[in-house]
Unconditional design. Structure first.
Ligand code: GRF
Length: 189
């Protein structure tokens, strides 16, 4: 059984799709939800789905091995970032080489990096008069939104697009593709 930890800082709509996708799987278990915010919606989703969750202490996360040890003690084999806003410390990346993936709500390498999340991304894409945006699922390395791309999906940007309407299109792409891409990565495809 591959045990997966999902890291999230927000609503957790992606985490919910992932939980639903693997419910009943006999090869993949969403074993832990890890949040950087004590009031994140994802914690309620964890609770509703009887999945253990932890809330990270930022100092310990950044400067100790406490969470690496915890994840390894829990037998976590793979980490999925689904709206996790902190940079992953290199100690965690070293402990999980090519075993941490992230979803970004734009077409990397453009519109990525520190501070490029949520509506900031969509505002920048629209301001640049891009004709399309989309999602990028990629491996996580020491830099924000920088690791090798695994998958991208695209959507058009209309003349009257707003950050909210684009966010909606992007969320639909995320929910449609992220769980299946995770499954393919975990199956070694
Ligand atoms: C998603 O847009 C994802 O691309 C980004 O953070 C957002 C998370 O949304 N990394 P949710 O918390 O899964 O609803």
């Amino acid at each position: 059984m591959i045990k997966v930890a999902v890291f999230a800082s927000g609503k957790g709509s992606n985490a919910l799709q992932i939980i639903r996708h693997f419910k009943g799987s006999n090869t993949v278990k969403i074993a832990l939800i890890v949040s950087s915010k004590k009031d994140a919606g994802v914690l309620e989703i964890a609770n509703d789905n009887n999945i253990p969750s932890i809330i990270l202490d930022k100092t310990a996360f950044v400067s100790t091995n406490e969470y690496v040890d915890l994840l390894q003690k829990e037998g976590i084999n793979f980490i999925v970032l689904a709206g996790f806003l902190w940079k992953v410390p290199s100690s965690l990346i070293k402990a999980y080489p090519q075993k941490i993936i992230n979803i970004h709500p734009a077409l990397l390498p453009n519109y990525g990096g520190k501070g490029m999340y949520g509506h900031f991304v969509h505002e920048a894409v629209i301001a640049a008069k891009e004709k399309q945006s989309g999602i990028t699922i990629h491996y996580v390395d020491e830099l924000y939104d920088h690791g090798a791309t695994i998958f991208q999906a695209f959507c058009d940007i209309s003349e009257t697009e707003t950050p909210d309407t684009l966010a909606e299109k992007i969320h639909l792409l995320e929910h449609a593709y992220f769980p299946g891409v995770i499954e393919k990565v975990l199956s070694g495809d």
